[in-house]
Design a protein around this ligand. Structure first.
Ligand SMILES: [Zn+2]
Ligand SMILES: [Zn+2]
Length: 695
């Protein structure tokens, strides 16, 4: 839809979900008059306007014991549907549901009822998504005490019958959340409140949010960048600073608290009584990775305000949140948060230096690719997006290459990450072989259970096989409340004794001493050297000692693999929570070595939960090279060139030639290497050349 100046879509008001704005063209006012002489019959009404015109839309009469327009506080009830009847969550033009309505009141929301298994609550893993009931619906409402629910088929249920947990017909009351409680989560060692992720629900599975948090968050893209997390849009959580106020029902409530991968998550059942005014939950750090110099990061987060990102980061145990401004057609996000110098949470910015947020940019094009420019100084690298929708705006020409964006970022002291590797792929290949990228990113989006994508890994392996070392980082690409900051995350190890700053973190990523994780934590070395190291060996190769340690407090581990040049060389099953070991491995040719850890939630398939960056072992006289992998890299650059030559909107001849020259240069470099090492390959028409003919 074309957007004209006056054609505004009022997205914001829809999010209140409460009322239409007061500036509608027509407003009806309701008045309730009480008959002062109830023993007398009313025979007529007479309106005498004092000034202007009075329009009376309608008159009705009724008999109730109190003012009909004064309703009771919000209540909840469960509606049981008849067998084989599905609930229709769509509302009509007036905002009414088909299967349940209220007279003298308002149905606020209807949600599928979550069926948490309470008997196993304390023993089950954190964030487990409950089953959703097929035949019961959770109804929130506010109504007059004499109101009645009107159900399908003309059945009615008086609101008054839904008191104290009672049932009437197909409806059952849920204990109202009336007990105001101060909830604190403290770290055992310091006894101080700390930011955490929190989930609380009652006996009927009803989500209980703190008083200043959404009861019903919106999981849609860009729709709700509040401080909430909706696992699979079913299991609701929020982030708190360590202390919050929450209204709870009397009776049992079920609580879940977590703070990243080093602190043991807590699941507890609490009994709330009329004297319960304060609840304190202790949490405990059990894995000392931070103490050993490891810092965590989510390299890819959108839309959040920097302080919200900092809260979510600290509540998820993520030390560095890379908040990326970007452009989405006509929408520019986080651009006012970018100043090219402030690291929110750093000591210079008045923080404690432990939980940092830095605004960078994700520069994007729909065909050539996306590139994350992290922690650079100075001016924003703009345009943030190029070459038309969906990323840039309609009519934006191809004005800059990703490789050129990367070069600018490096000049401005930033870290260049190829996000959600390898897609969208085309020019990424040229950026990588040109040496302008620092890392490649494994991405989760909203899915905690997919693990590291083998497709991402296999493409990363291609570059490693050809001797292009890139460390792996983890970033979520969070764009909505259905993704938690740090679902997949980067662990990067600082130099020994080095103070943690944003600059030190960037250096740690560049050094390659990293691993990516969905839960398990790793230590890994070859001949005592960490990931990111190049080890030189004499012509005949030799044997190297591989040592590793793995631990988890979230997902149980199942297996560890030693990956050598993209293939599993050694494998061993793991103790679920902590294990260590070593292997002696023969190296005959130049090889890269990394470890891969698998894990499994009890009710889910096994996934790749962690992967280290590699150690590169260079054997004299044996170059890192794979003809098949080189070919696929070349083909991607050919694709990027074809795009420039054909449908890419041209800015001007000079820009087109400049971009073409850069890509051709990278293409030739790789291509010449292929020929020097004596590999024949098929050419596309666009890049064919004389060496292939007359052989
Ligand atoms: Zn992207
Ligand atoms: Zn993104």
């Amino acid at each position: 839809m074309p957007l004209h100046g006056n054609n505004i879509v009022f997205w914001g008001w829809t999010q209140t979900r409460a009322a239409a704005a007061d500036f509608a063209p027509w407003l009806n006012w309701l008045w309730a008059w009480q008959n002062p002489n109830p023993e007398k019959r009313i025979v007529g009404l007479r309106f005498e306007p004092k000034n202007g015109v009075v329009i009376v839309s309608g008159v009705s009469a009724g008999k109730v014991s109190s003012l009909p327009l004064r309703w009771e506080p919000r209540r909840k009830a469960v509606l049981r549907l008849p067998k084989n009847v599905e609930f229709d969550f769509n509302v009509d033009k007036e905002g009414r549901l088909k299967q349940i309505q209220l007279d003298l009141g308002q149905v606020i929301s209807a949600q599928k009822q979550t069926m948490y298994r309470h008997a196993e609550w304390s023993d089950m893993y954190n964030n487990k998504v409950p089953e959703v009931s097929k035949n019961t619906v959770l109804i929130e409402y506010t109504a007059h005490p004499e109101a009645r629910f009107h159900l399908s088929g003309g059945k009615t249920v008086p609101v008054a019958k839904l008191q104290d947990g009672k049932s009437s017909g197909p409806m059952t009351a849920i204990a109202p959340a009336t007990q105001r409680v101060r909830l604190r989560v403290v770290e055992k060692a310091s006894n101080r409140p700390v930011p955490v992720k929190l989930h609380v629900h009652g006996e009927a599975g009803e989500y209980l949010a703190p008083v200043d948090r959404h009861r019903i968050p919106n999981p849609g893209w860009y729709e709700d960048y509040s401080t909430d997390f909706l696992n699979q849009n079913i299991h609701y959580c929020t982030y708190i600073f360590g202390e919050t106020v929450i209204n709870l029902p009397l009776g049992r409530v079920y609580i879940e608290v977590s703070k990243g991968f080093e602190i043991r998550p807590v699941r507890a059942v609490l009994n709330v009584g009329p004297d319960t005014n304060e609840i304190t939950i202790p949490i405990e750090k059990v894995l000392p990775w931070r103490e050993r110099g490891w810092v965590t990061a989510d390299t890819h987060v959108h839309f959040l305000a920097p302080p919200t990102a900092q809260l979510e980061g600290s509540a998820e145990g993520v030390n560095v949140v890379c908040l990326l401004a970007s452009q989405w057609g006509e929408l520019m996000t986080n651009v006012g948060d970018f100043d090219g110098k402030t690291t929110f949470g750093s000591k210079e910015a008045g923080g404690d230096g432990e939980w940092l947020v830095r605004v960078g940019t994700e520069n994007r094009q729909h065909v050539l690719g996306h590139i994350s420019l992290i922690g650079y100084h100075g001016n924003i690298i703009a345009p943030m997006c190029s070459s038309g929708p969906d990323e840039a705006a309609l009519g934006d020409p191809v004005s800059i290459l990703m490789t050129e964006w990367a070069q600018k970022c490096k000049q401005q002291g930033g870290l260049v990450v190829i996000p959600h590797f390898p897609n969208p792929r085309a020019e990424t290949a040229a950026t990588l072989v040109s040496g302008n990228a620092d890392a490649i990113e494994m991405t989760s989006w909203g899915n905690l259970y997919n693990g590291i994508d083998p497709y991402s890994l296999s493409d990363w392996y291609r570059y490693l096989n050809c001797g292009y070392f890139f460390p792996a980082v983890g970033g979520t690409d969070k764009m909505s409340a259905n993704t938690a900051v740090g679902t997949v995350r980067t662990y990067a190890c600082l130099q020994e004794g080095e103070e943690f700053t944003h600059e030190a973190w960037k250096a740690a990523v560049r050094s390659g001493h990293t691993f990516v994780s969905y839960g398990p934590l790793l230590e890994f070395s070859i001949e005592g050297k960490p990931a990111g190291t190049w080890i030189d060996m004499a012509r005949n190769g030799g044997t190297v000692d591989v040592t590793w340690q793995a631990a988890s407090v979230t997902i149980p581990m199942t297996r560890i693999d030693l990956i050598v040049n993209g293939e599993i060389r050694e494998t061993k099953s793991l103790q679920p929570w902590e294990d260590s070991g070593h292997w002696s491995v023969k190296i005959a040719r130049s090889s890269w070595l990394a470890i891969l850890v698998r894990g499994k939630y009890p009710d889910k398939p096994e996934i790749i939960t962690a992967h280290s960056s590699p150690v590169m072992v260079r054997v004299e006289g044996s170059p890192f090279f794979s003809a098949a992998d080189t070919l696929t890299i070349l083909e991607q650059i050919e694709g990027a060139l074809a795009y420039l030559d054909t449908v890419g909107t041209r800015k001007d001849e000079e820009t087109y030639k400049r971009m073409r020259m850069l890509l051709t240069g990278e293409y030739r470099k790789l291509h010449n290497q292929l020929h020097q090492l004596g590999h024949f390959h098929e050419h596309t028409v666009a890049t064919d050349h004389a060496e292939h003919h007359g052989r």
